[in-house]
Design a protein around this ligand. Structure first.
Ligand code: ATP
Length: 357
């Protein structure tokens, strides 16, 4: 496996170190795991030095890798539209990573802000390359009284069909019965009506699956009131983005939530990253929770065919949380990033000892 590693900014660099140490531990324990990693320092610092978020041939360089492990990006010295549109968006769009996959799962020992929030276990399939996050639009009459901005939503039958079929394939593979679609076709009467039509059309290919369609305003309330009822949620780019952070919040925090930007056809590398950002408020203090980053590594290994190692990592995270002795500040403890990383590595080693026994 050839993996490109982009730690990025802020806590991205800190949590990435722990994920790479977990990978090192796995390589020591598993003889047939051969991983080559290359670290790229593409980040806001890189931008301030070179005027670019990545080199001109950055995408060509990355195309040569099997997958990308990404940390986080965002720095007060560089506008957000530069960091996002010159690094993350080109990778997602050019590598046709049209699936943004975000598991939302209750974890042992983690207090949810919701009462009765046990057994939450669903996944969100967010459309990742079109929809509301298009760069079609513009600004007119800047600084004049008639100042105006237009941002166009771009939805295509192919794009919607692709995300729905990815969600349905997952539902079938994991024995789920219902796919929930997030819509707002009562108010957004062109693109969201089209979304509904295309979702219904695509779901005809999956007669064994049941489609539930909710307006986004109702759906966010249901995420809070009855999150246990969901299995697979499919949403456009903007709705999926918001639902994902809500999903992280109801299971107990951003520091725990991984994600995958996936090109299911495998024509290009897929990219795995924590849901959280660079967290400038705690960056440099060594207290960030590395779980989301380590879990993102697990998703990457699963995507590259090592679902056995994905399970080892996820169950190791669960065991550490269940024991409750090592907890970072975001989940109610005082452990450092390094202490949490070390505890997870020890749990990984124990999994292998058990396997050998
Ligand atoms: P960005 O602009 O990069 O998205 P942000 O601060 O707006 O940065 P996040 O980085 O996602 O957004 O952080 C939101 C809040 O969650 C912050 O208070 C941050 O400290 C906290 N947070 C995020 N990730 C973690 C983590 N891994 N461990 C602990 N706290 C975290």
């Amino acid at each position: 496996m050839k993996i490109a590693v982009i730690p990025g900014d802020g806590i991205g660099k800190e949590v990435m170190q722990e994920a790479l140490l977990v990978l090192e531990t796995l390589q020591e324990l598993e003889e047939d795991l051969s991983v080559d990693t290359t670290i790229f320092d593409w980040s806001s610092d890189y931008y301030l030095r070179t005027g670019r978020m990545m080199p001109e041939e950055g995408l060509t360089i990355l195309a040569d890798y099997d997958a990308i492990l990404f940390g986080a990006i965002g720095d007060a010295r560089v506008p957000d539209d530069v960091t996002v549109w010159e690094l993350i968006m080109p990778i997602r769009k050019q590598f046709d990573q049209y699936v943004n996959f975000r598991p939302v799962k209750s974890l042992p020992g983690i207090a949810s802000p919701l009462a009765h929030a046990d057994h939450i276990d669903f996944v969100i399939f967010r459309e990742n390359t079109e929809g509301e996050y298009s760069n079609s639009g513009g600004r007119l009459y800047r600084d004049k009284p008639q100042d105006l901005a237009i941002q166009n939503t771009v939805m295509t039958k192919k794009g919607i069909g692709n995300i729905v079929s990815a969600a349905c394939d997952y539902a079938q593979k994991y024995g789920k019965s219902t796919v929930t679609s997030a819509t707002k076709s009562n108010a957004v009467i062109h693109t969201m009506k089209f979304w509904d039509e295309c979702v219904t059309e695509e779901m005809k290919q999956y007669p064994d699956l049941h489609l539930k369609s909710y307006y986004i305003d109702a759906l966010v309330a249901y995420f809070v009131e009855k999150p246990q009822e969901f299995e697979v949620v499919v949403a456009s780019n903007l709705f999926g983005d918001i639902l994902s952070d809500l999903g992280s919040a109801i299971i107990g925090g951003l520091g725990l939530s991984p994600s995958g930007n996936i090109n299911p056809e495998r024509n290009y590398p897929s990219m795995f990253e924590p849901v959280h950002g660079s967290a400038p408020d705690i960056a440099g203090r060594g207290i960030a929770n590395p779980i989301a980053q380590i879990w993102s590594l697990a998703l990457l290994l699963g995507h590259l065919g090592r679902t056995d190692l994905e399970k080892v990592i996820v169950s190791s995270i669960e065991r550490v949380l269940e024991a409750g002795e090592v907890k970072t500040a975001d989940i109610g403890g005082s452990a450092t990033t390094k202490e949490m990383g070390t505890a997870i590595r020890e749990a990984v080693k124990m999994s292998f000892e058990r396997r050998v026994v």
